[in-house]
Design a protein around this ligand. Structure first.
Ligand SMILES: Nc1nc2c(ncn2[C@@H]2O[C@H](COP(=O)(O)O[C@H]3[C@@H](O)[C@H](n4cnc5c(=O)[nH]c(N)nc54)O[C@@H]3COP(=O)(O)O)[C@@H](O)[C@H]2O)c(=O)[nH]1
Length: 694
């Protein structure tokens, strides 16, 4: 029989130790037992997992040969010896040992020494794996580091507060946005570090966030030494700790940007008045309110009279200043409940809710006209500008924004036709005028294709010899549905719709072809005067069209005279100047039409190279009856001659007018005295007979 040695006996006894059975059940902790010679006498499952040695591999091995790193061996041996011999305890500590695979094993090791029933000392080591703890600690420290980096990188302020508002922690990268010095934060309540109105907001939202346990955001402003500053506070309730985390962001720049965007979206940049969009939105709100309270809203459509002339003759800068001053006057003239807005250009709108009768509307309208009676003083100039206004009242003149706006606009046009500086109430009849305009426009669209236009010719005469020197081409339109439509009506519509471009080309071609046959028939050298509208200058093909028409008609450029009104020149656009220079270089004659009716006719005469000046028929009309008109015509002729221009007087209806014009030295004349504009054939007959008779 195999004899059992002392070690094996001891081992058996140890193995049967009830404590070991308990240790064996623990896998999370490594428990090892060592005898006085530091040999392993116990090695639980936890030790197998932690160090990698099986129980069989470990039992009997010395501690220093198993898990103690070489450089610690001597220290461990001595410490163990000191404990066994002198009872000097090895204190618990965090140490790095190593496992079977040679890797470091970080443990928190505590030790216990006791004497067994054989009076032998046994040391038990209880090692707790620190790897997870270490990694958790590393994670915590990494997160702390990250948080610190985030704090430093963000300009936001962070506050941690108790539910009652006591600040328990804060972070502020810079103190620039702090209302109170940071020394007054920790331990203080929010109400002690912020003004009352802001505190009220904070309390409201803190209570809300605690109640809803959902984060929320709100905005507030603070007057800080560097100016008014806007903040956004984001609040989070950390329910586990019953604390509130507040992140405060400076949104001043964002606020200013959104203010600017808002300003641009809703307000006119020049006058700062509500723009079209906001004005009409307010009208919509007023209409809803008025319907509820059974009241009326008056919509005033305002337009500055002849603003374009001021703008174009004195420059856009002066025009802008005038608009600004006009806006100020309008703003001063209204009630608190009214809205005045700028629709665009020289058009304004006034919205007056709570209107009870026509009388109060008249008072408002007269008041508006009145505030424009005083001249405007701009850049040392005294400018007089008047208003035309149209009124539409809800619900009688419309229940919707678009109906009221359209009808007020129609009424405003009526005020203009009444002679301007006036107001008009919208009436149903005004719609008839509008409907007529649409009909004219609609019929005009294909009138060229349907061959409905015809050019008439009015002869022009040398005032001394009374010989025919040329003719003015004047367009006529006969439409089967509308009958004869006069140029005064259809030319402005053609101009507005752009249809004047093809229609104008037709006039140029027709009149030059006619001139060619006229010259051939009567063996003469005449000039054909053709009216050119402002819109035709925007046509890039204008010069080409004229050159081609001259070529086709086999005419010299100086057979063509283009009549241009101030309206063309006023726009001040470079393409007009360029076109005029090119026309003049081509050799076409340029005539200034309606001279004396505009603001700056004289300055245009100096600026552009004109050949002819056409005295407006309104002055010719008055030449026999009032001295002013006579003096004006006299002066116009003198100026024209001094600049080397010929003068045509139009609208000569009676012989007295012709005599006076002759006395004043006028070069050419045209008018009903001689003949009305005539169709081509009639004109040819007329001029032929006239030639033969004279
Ligand atoms: N761009 C274009 N404009 C054109 C064209 N054809 C005409 N028009 C312009 O329309 C306005 C009205 O023209 P119209 O009704 O033809 O009137 C002209 C003459 O008929 C009229 N006139 C001529 N003599 C007399 C007169 O003795 N008494 C009197 N009461 N009227 C008279 O004057 C008009 C000529 O005006 P003007 O052009 O200023 O010389 C008018 O502005 C036309 O210019 C066109 O093809 N294109």
């Amino acid at each position: 029989m195999k004899s059992i040695n002392k070690y094996e006996l001891l081992q058996k006894a140890i193995l049967n130790d009830p404590l070991h059975q308990l240790f064996d059940a623990v896998e999370a902790i490594s428990i090892q037992g060592y005898n006085e010679d530091r040999q392993v006498i116990y090695w639980n499952r936890g030790s197998e997992i932690l160090y990698g040695f099986t129980k069989q591999e470990a039992l009997g091995q010395k501690i220093e040969d198993l898990i103690i790193p070489k450089d610690m061996s001597e220290f461990v041996i001595n410490a163990h010896r000191a404990w066994v011999k002198q009872n000097i305890e090895i204190p618990a500590s965090e140490i790095t040992l190593h496992g079977k695979d040679g890797c470091d094993v970080d443990v928190f090791s505590s030790h216990v020494m006791f004497t067994n029933q054989h009076s032998k000392k046994q040391m038990y080591c209880v090692d707790i794996n620190m790897a997870e703890t270490k990694s958790a600690q590393a994670q915590v420290s990494l997160k702390e580091h990250m948080l610190q980096t985030i704090f430093e990188a963000t300009p936001d302020l962070f506050f941690l507060i108790e539910k009652d508002g006591t600040i328990i922690d804060y972070y502020a990268g810079s103190s620039k946005n702090l209302y109170k010095p940071p020394s007054e934060f920790i331990g203080y309540k929010i109400k002690e570090v912020l003004p009352a109105d802001v505190v009220k907001k904070y309390h409201t939202y803190i209570n809300k966030v605690i109640k809803d346990t959902k984060p929320c955001t709100f905005e507030y402003e603070l007057m800080l030494p560097h100016g008014l500053t806007y903040f956004e506070a984001r609040i989070n309730y950390v329910s586990e700790y019953q604390q509130v985390l507040i992140i405060v962001r400076d949104i001043t720049e964002q606020h200013q940007t959104s203010q600017t965007i808002r300003q641009h979206a809703y307000y006119d940049t020049l006058t700062a008045l509500p723009n079209r969009f906001l004005s009409l939105d307010r009208l919509s709100q007023m209409l809803t309110e008025a319907e509820r309270s059974n009241e009326n809203v008056a919509v005033f459509f305002l337009d500055l009279d002849d603003f374009k002339k001021v703008n174009d003759s004195l420059g856009h800068e002066v025009g802008d200043k005038l608009l600004l001053e006009a806006a100020k006057r309008l703003t001063k003239a209204i009630r608190k409940t009214d809205t005045v807005g700028r629709l665009g250009g020289d058009e304004f709108i006034l919205l007056s809710p709570g209107i009870h009768d026509d009388m109060s509307i008249k008072v408002i309208a007269q008041n508006l006209l009145e505030v424009f009676r005083q001249p405007f003083h701009i850049d040392g100039r005294e400018l007089i500008i008047t208003l035309s206004l149209g009124v539409a009242v809800s619900p009688d003149n419309g229940k919707t924004v678009s109906d009221l706006l359209r009808n007020a606009d129609t009424a405003m046009y009526q005020a203009k036709t009444l002679g301007r500086n006036a107001y008009s109430f919208f009436t149903k009849e005004m719609n008839t005028a509008m409907i007529r305009r649409f009909e004219v426009e609609e019929q005009m669209r294909n009138a060229l294709e349907r061959d409905e236009f015809e050019v008439f010719y009015q002869p022009q005469f040398d005032s001394k010899t009374q010989k025919v020197i040329g003719a003015e081409a004047l367009l006529r339109w006969h439409n089967p549905a509308l009958g004869n439509i006069f140029p005064d009506e259809f030319i402005p519509i053609a101009e507005q719709t752009g249809l004047i471009v093809p229609i104008g080309q037709y006039v140029i071609n027709e009149s030059l072809n006619f001139l060619s046959s006229w010259q051939a028939q009567q063996n003469g050298d005449f000039v054909m005067a053709v009216n050119l509208s402002p819109r035709q200058f925007r046509d890039k093909k204008l010069l080409k069209v004229i050159k081609k028409a001259l070529k086709n008609a086999n005419l010299s450029p100086d057979n063509l005279e283009l009549e241009i009104t101030e309206g063309v020149l006023m726009t001040g656009q470079s393409y007009i100047t360029e076109a005029l220079i090119e026309l003049q270089e081509l050799g076409v004659k340029l005539s200034m039409d309606d001279f004396g009716t505009g603001y700056s006719s004289l300055s245009y005469l100096r600026q552009y190279h004109f050949d002819v000046l056409k005295v407006d028929r309104s002055f010719v009309n008055g030449i026999t009856i009032n001295k002013e008109d006579r003096d004006l015509v006299k002066a116009s002729i003198a100026i024209a001659h001094s600049l080397g221009l010929k003068v045509v007087a139009e609208g000569v209806e009676i012989s007295e007018q012709l005599n006076i014009l002759n006395e004043l030295g006028c070069d050419y004349v045209q008018g009903y005295y001689f003949s009305k504009p005539m169709p081509g054939q009639k004109f040819l007959d007329y001029t032929e007979n006239y030639r033969l008779e004279s």
